[in-house]
Design a protein. Structure first.
Ligand SMILES: [Zn+2]
Ligand SMILES: [Zn+2]
Length: 250
């Protein structure tokens, strides 16, 4: 069984002047919102989402404010409204069953830990993954990711756009050409509905299974741990200004 990296998130998220098409327009409001919410939150960064919870004044204020934040879809469920106000819609409602919706809001995600949001903001502002200090300590080491990868994006964009997986896929093909790297954009899906959708087992999971199968076969014949010439030139790519090594603080 080969190691398998399965990514559908912000590996290559970008939100800077040169490539701001990667995040939907709502992202800018979100970034500002993150700053405001951190200010409101103060010390305790974990927000209870359940209606019945005993709330501190700060948490109460934050939940109230969250309801006014624009988002793609509104919902009749209070917990869902607060979550998507703070984080953004993560799925298209029509793609998940009422049972799943109920479970998510009343059992699974009853608290929203927001302490990672400042880190997330740094990633979004940089346009690629950085550590919590804002330093590029991951993408400068492609040799550490010697493994097959599969990228799955939703074609009906939500939260992040398919451009993120496009960049991640390209990065891995160039830096780890000895492994199988595939990318799929599944029409009609947004973000987390790719994994929890009613139709996921028909429209998404087969891609994962086939990738595992082919990666297992392919690894025997093609495994090698070296960068191609093309890979070394990758930083000259038009989508990037070659600034992966730069960091304001280190
Ligand atoms: Zn996600
Ligand atoms: Zn909902």
């Amino acid at each position: 069984m080969p190691q398998l990296l399965f990514v559908y998130d912000i590996f290559g998220s970008s939100f800077n002047s040169s490539s701001n098409y990667i995040f939907p327009a709502l992202a800018l409001k979100k970034l500002i919102w993150m700053q405001i919410s951190m200010f409101i939150l103060g010390e305790d960064k974990t927000v209870p989402l359940l209606e019945a919870s005993n709330l501190s004044l700060r948490h109460h204020l934050l939940r109230l404010t969250a309801r006014f934040i624009p988002r793609y879809e509104r919902c009749t469920c209070n917990e869902c409204e607060v979550f998507s106000g703070m984080f953004g819609n993560t799925f298209w409602h029509e793609n998940i069953t009422p049972t799943m919706h109920q479970w998510l809001n009343k059992q699974s995600s009853t608290r929203l830990p927001m302490s990672a949001f400042p880190h997330l903001r740094k990633i979004c502002n940089s346009g690629f993954i950085v550590d919590s200090n804002g330093c590029s300590s991951y993408l400068i080491h492609p040799e550490r990711m010697a493994l097959p990868t599969l990228y799955i994006s939703g074609g009906r964009s939500l939260l992040v756009t398919p451009q993120t997986s496009f960049l991640a896929h390209k990065y891995m093909k160039l830096h780890q050409p000895g492994f199988r790297h595939e990318r799929v954009v599944v029409e009609g899906f947004g973000h987390s509905d790719l994994l929890i959708g009613e139709e996921s087992h028909k429209k998404v999971f087969p891609h994962i299974l086939s990738h595992i199968r082919l990666a297992e076969q392919g690894e025997i014949h093609t495994k090698r741990n070296q960068c191609s010439k093309e890979a070394l030139d990758w930083e000259a790519d038009q989508l990037y200004d070659g600034s992966f090594g730069q960091c304001g603080t280190c």
